[in-house]
Design a protein around this ligand. Sequence first.
Ligand SMILES: [Zn+2]
Length: 301
Amino acid sequence: MPDPASLSLDTALGVTIPSRHARGRLARIGPALDTILASHAYPPVIEQLLAEALALTALLGALLKDPGGQMTLQAQTENGIVDLLVCDYLGGQLRGYVRHDADRLAEAGPNPTLFSLFGRGYLAITFDQPASDERYQGIVPLEGDSLAQAAETYFTQSEQIPSIVRLAARKAESGWVAGGLLFQHLAEGEEGRDRLHTRLDHPEWPHVAVLAGSVKAEELADPKLPLDDLVWRLFHEEEEVRTLTPVPLTRGCRCDLDYVKSVIARFPPDEQAAMVGDDGFIRVDCAFCATDFPIALEDVR
Ligand SMILES: [Zn+2]
């Protein structure tokens, strides 16, 4: 049995309901989320948005079959307050950042709609599974009231899989907590099998969607409620519910100083010299972890 404490925070849990031909993922992030947000120092509205986006990233990443697989979620806009939001997942490691217009955000007040944040925006979701050499990208308009709704649209329209997605995030006294739930109808009912056909009107699906959809935001973002207890609350009347091995989630950035140095080393010496700032260092930023690396020219050459 997994340690119950570890099923409350920084973890993703897979679920299958065989008799209903459904699978699900639940995820909750706490300390990992705090670490990501702390490095950025965003205004509260942007922190809330990134917290929900990272909960969604954890849910989608937990769908990867390949342990070396990567999932990238990217929201791009035209004329939105948010210009770019990128999150990714690799082996349980999460990272993300948001580029936004601080002045326009301040004018929009404390509760801007998804439309005012993104304008005419698009959500691109990319699954990269190197082991099976699979790469798949789907793009949907960022419509509806929430990121969760956009993700549902992605699965329903782009992949033709009936899906329900719920996300919640809040800043508790102990720090940020975000959680999410994703359930999907699988025509063949089992994990890992290819879908042979899809029926959007499958009679078992609405039942699962109603139960999964009854989850409350407070439950998703409750740092003390273990995910398997939440599964029990939602689905205890089902004949059989299986949980998969939980996946620990951490904040992880893959910025690599040696790699950056090797890239700079390929530039001609006069161009390298031009990169050096007033402080005598070449400054390289990682947007994901908001880390600024000072690199001395003699370390590169
Ligand atoms: Zn980084």
